[in-house]
Design a protein around this ligand. Sequence first.
Ligand code: NBP
Length: 466
Amino acid sequence: MNDIGLIGLGVMGENLALNIGRNNYSLSVLNRTIEKTKMFMEQKVRDENIMPFYDIKSFVESLERPRKIILMVKSGEPVDNLIHELLPYLENGDLIIDGGNSYFKDTDRRIEELKASNVLYLGLGISGGEYGALNGPSLMPGGLLETYKLVEDILLNIAAKVDSKPCCTYVGDDGAGHFVKMIHNGIEYGIMLGISEAYNIMRKGLMLSSKEIGDTFKKWNDGELGSYLMEISYKIMYHEDENNNRPLVDFILDKAEQKGTGKWTSITALELGIPAPSLTAAVDGRLISHFKEERIKLSNVFEKKKVNLSLDKEKTIYDLEKSLLFNQFILFSQGIWLINEASNVYNYNIDSAEVLRIWKGGCIIRAKMINFLIEIINEDRENINFLNNKKSVDFLLGKFNSTKHISNIAKDLYIPALIHNTSMDYFLGLIEENSAANLMQAQRDYFGAHTYERVDSEGIFHTEWE
Ligand code: NBP
């Protein structure tokens, strides 16, 4: 009998299976396309105790009770279909673990639906790509605590380790794990766009070569901006196309794809009523990039008046570094605010400092900055928006002029800088004591008798404006 089963031998599934096997657990595996299972067994499996199966019944029967089955398949319908196929063979107390990027509300629903069959369900957010899956990902499990306890040992062993601590923690109830993974991806979109904007300014404004941009990213990666995404960005800049020994990045079509987690983050922010404009800007950045044909047409119609900018290279690079720190801080703060709000609204009971701790290793958004963020959160555990803290404001104010400078340069050069601009406006919005929302309230009352409150007396007011 094997310790655990895994269904779905795609990029993530096969690497996770090997990771589990290398941690001395015995494993049954199954994949919809049989050929893939055979190739996996022949080409990837070495000494690991991994057994292939080609039908659900014998796969389930090969597992130690209570059975533990990880699904590593495309989110959505495939997950529901597999649950449906597994159910006839499962018994009370067996456990399904969904390791894909499922929408957290689907996970809430599945946990609820499976209660009738006494089958347990864990929504497991996994980050780290194929390297992380194999060598230690960041794991974000959510569901009942008792359910998590059944696989805690395995999850802690296969997770990445930072300061000898596993990058895995019980995140919270129901879909909390998938919620946190969704926010992780929202932040990931934002950091990626921010770095790409810096790249754009360096190549179009400073006329730097890919090699020079790579050198800059590498230097930043050694400093405060150190992160996985900065590390891969400098390596990408150095990477040459096999065909012509020129930077491969120059030959990649500028249309960014997405699979949905960033979009869900924005939709969730709107549903929860929490402002997260930088996270949304990151999705919009990808959407705009997708309209390549329109962009080509419009770029020929709209005359970009040449501005004679004599940019100071050293100063611009210095400001870019500071502005990226500014953006990254804002992106994390918006993500954590959403997590804290969701924790209250959906009763997930999430500890956001713990979430940040497990994002310190294994995952795509691991960054040196996280230690500082944890320090700020721990100063006031009741504060759901960690921007509302003196250290946060000091940090951002220290980078404000640099961000403003970069934003201005981008406009002068007609370069979009969605993350830079949005993060700055978000910050300005939050530090503005008297906003212009008084006019909006008056407009609402004017056309819709929506009423308003006054600053000089209590109560609800309406005016006949005409
Ligand atoms: P892949 O595209 O590499 O593999 C997808 C897997 O899903 C294959 O095993 C495929 O089987 C299976 N599958 C599909 Br598609 N439809 C199915 C169905 N109706 N019934 C049964 N199996 C089905 O994806 P991946 O990158 O390994 O991602 C797996 C999950 O992990 C996704 O939810 C993804 O969002 C998430 N994730 C991915 C990453 C990443 O970096 N790639 C990171 C974190 C999380 P087949 O071989 O028969 O087509």
